[in-house]
Design a binder for this molecule. Structure first.
Ligand code: PGA
Length: 252
């Protein structure tokens, strides 16, 4: 893991945008794994501002709420179109998110995995992290080998996401999410996290043991992970001085 600590969320988002833009320029038909939540919004603004060419880019989102129609304001379909896709020249046919209204969830999940494989796999996967250590919506004790499937959210995640829904009671209980095994198949992974509320999850993921109780800790087993965080999210890291020193002294 490369831990990149920046003074602000904006600066960390720019570092993440450099990584994504680099892949898009090197491979005009790259496959991007995308995330929702509050964290990647600055990254998406940065990518929009860079006027990149999205014509051949293919995208797969991590997850979607079960039961929400694509045009529901809080569906991840809506969130992605509002915050990214409608501002770039992406081909609608190249955008993929799980269908939260599918009638056959198991078959749909298998099909989603097959589509990722048929696209040649994910070149770069963007991830946020939950305060409970989830990646995608792989909640604690998710199998570290899991594939795309239905999951039940923790109370903590439903409380974290309640503001967007106007209260916890309105947050769906179930989601379809890429599995940890699916995420681990990406060629490169960029995890972003900002703010003091993420400090515990980041410390557990980066410096704790690899364990299903902290799903993001599985990333320690991936060969190419960059963790782009701001100072508050780095607050509980024991080796933060070393990570800063490594980044400042990278060989040219
Ligand atoms: P957030 O969600 O970006 O809204 O904090 C992160 C996540 O749940 O992965």
């Amino acid at each position: 893991m490369e831990i990149i600590i920046q003074p602000t969320a904006d600066a960390a988002s720019r570092v993440a945008a450099d990584l994504v833009a680099g892949v898009m320029r090197a491979k005009p038909d790259a496959v991007l794994g995308l995330a929702t939540g509050r964290t990647p919004l600055r990254l998406y603004q940065e990518l929009i501002a860079r006027k990149l060419d999205w014509r051949k880019i293919r995208t797969f989102n991590l997850d979607e709420y079960v039961g929400l129609a694509p045009d529901h304001a809080e569906s991840f379909h809506s969130v992605m179109w509002t915050n990214l896709f409608q501002h770039v020249n992406i081909d609608r046919a190249n955008v993929h998110l799980p269908d939260g209204q599918t009638r056959d969830i198991a078959a749909h999940c298998e099909e989603y995995e097959a589509k990722i494989r048929a696209a040649g796999g994910i070149d770069i996967q963007i991830l946020g992290i939950g305060t409970d250590g989830h990646i995608g919506f792989n909640e604690p004790m998710s199998s570290l080998a899991s594939r795309t499937r239905i999951k039940t959210l923790t109370g903590q995640t439903r409380r974290d996401n309640a503001p967007a829904f106007g209260g916890e009671a309105h947050v769906p209980k179930h989601v379809i999410t890429m599995g940890i095994g699916t995420i681990m198949d990406a060629r490169q992974i960029v995890l972003i996290a900002f703010g003091d509320a993420k400090a515990r999850a980041i410390a557990a993921a980066v410096e704790g043991p690899v364990a299903a109780i902290t799903p993001a800790s599985a990333l320690q087993l991936h060969p190419v992970v960059k963790v782009c965080i701001d100072d508050p999210a780095a607050r509980l890291l024991q080796r933060s001085d070393y990570y800063r020193w490594v980044y400042e002294n990278k060989p040219s």
